[in-house]
Design a protein around this ligand. Structure first.
Ligand SMILES: Cc1ncc(COP(=O)(O)O)c(C=O)c1O
Length: 366
């Protein structure tokens, strides 16, 4: 697979997910869809237990470990049902009767995670950001953990509100992170976490699946009374192939990990992502108040930037101008309104320049 930094022939896709993928990944997938490993059979048509798919799974897991610097004893799982299935699975596996799970409530996705955990057992919301439309995140002193939580769950990057934890919170229990909208966009501090999961459709590949990384001591705690498909240890024992797995998703994730590696890994990605986001934040901050970002400046996301102009009419006009300039996916989430630029790993820097320039031009006209 060749490396390619900038996209050349395609629409600038600012979608929050499913989202832009790198051209070399798409080109490799196009070839392998027809014929993988010179077998005369495409990747979608092979048995999930044949040698080509053995290779796909082995390489995807190995590249996932290398690029993420995942500790050797952690399990790497490719599961179905997207990140939302993880809201339920993590509670079903670890929230035991008589115990409490703590959650930081930082947006619409934690709302769902909390609701699913409540369907399973006792939940304590250790911080609630709904009072200011989730525009900021808690400082350590703001968080009220319960006495002895079985785990603590948070969302490291809030896709809709554009907030991001700079560093993981210090929790008095195994810490579990929903990293869906920033997975592998920067290095992960494994020492702080016991489990990390991410829906794949933003930084890793296709929708409908999740990457789940689990520390061995947490894996030992799973609820063995659950049906097999819901048990993390079953998927770990079977190498994510307990049933017929989402082969194509795992295949694309494998290519994505290799692409991130070819781009210098997560540290290089992080630098590049910071530079990309800075272009948009600079266009907001230098607009004399024309553009306003939703998130407090102290906790701005590098992946998702929601912002508004002075009026819904001007937002709509901007969207039309963006479309006319070859841009797509900038409409804000319905709960925040306005506009949102999502700048995942594969989003090209030149696209950020183009958007920033358009924002400056529109702001200058007022
Ligand atoms: C942070 C976060 N968590 C969870 C989800 C839900 O993911 P899925 O649609 O894969 O279930 C999303 C979707 O955008 C998300 O942004």
């Amino acid at each position: 697979m060749t490396t390619c930094v900038e996209q050349t022939r395609r629409t600038l896709n600012f979608s929050a997910g499913p989202a832009v993928l790198p051209e070399p990944v798409l080109e490799q997938a196009r070839a392998d869809l027809w014929n993988i490993d010179e077998t005369g059979i495409g990747v979608l048509e092979h048995s999930h237990r044949g040698p080509s798919i053995d290779r796909v799974f082995e390489e995807a897991e190995a590249a996932c470990r290398r690029v993420g610097d995942v500790p050797d004893d952690w399990s790497v799982l490719f599961l179905q049902g997207g990140a939302s299935m993880q809201f339920a699975m993590l509670a079903m596996n670890f929230l035991k009767a008589g115990r409490t799970a703590d959650y930081l409530h930082t947006g619409a996705w934690t709302n769902r995670a909390i609701a699913d955990a409540k369907a399973v057992g006792d939940v304590h919301v250790a911080w609630d950001g709904s009072g200011d439309t989730f525009a900021h995140l808690p400082a350590a002193a703001d968080i009220q953990w319960s006495a002895d939580p079985v785990y603590a769950a948070y969302c490291s990057n809030n896709t809709i509100y554009g907030t991001r934890f700079d560093t993981p919170p210090d929790a008095p229990a195994p810490l579990i992170a929903d990293m869906s909208s920033e997975m592998y966009s920067r290095p992960i501090d494994w020492s702080k976490h016991a489990m990390v999961y991410a829906g794949a459709q933003k930084n890793l590949g296709p929708s409908g699946m999740a990457l789940v990384l689990i520390r061995p001591d947490l894996l030992e705690q799973v609820n063995a009374a659950l049906p097999a498909m819901l048990r993390y240890d079953v998927h770990a024992d079977k190498g994510s192939r307990y049933n017929t797995p989402p082969v194509f998703g795992v295949y694309i994730c494998g290519l994505m990990f290799q692409w991130i590696e070819s781009m210098g890994g997560t540290a290089a990605m992080s630098e590049r992502n910071d530079a990309k986001a800075a272009k948009i934040y600079d266009a907001i901050d230098s607009s004399g108040g024309f553009w306003r970002g939703h998130a407090d400046t102290a906790c701005r996301s590098v992946m998702n930037i929601p912002f508004v102009s002075p009026s819904p009419e001007q937002d709509a006009a901007f969207l039309q101008a963006a479309t006319d300039n070859g841009m797509s996916g900038l409409k804000g989430h319905r709960s925040v309104g306005g506009l949102r630029a999502s700048l995942y790993n594969a989003f090209p820097e030149a696209g950020c320049d183009a958007l920033a320039q358009l924002m400056r031009d529109v702001a200058a006209k007022g």
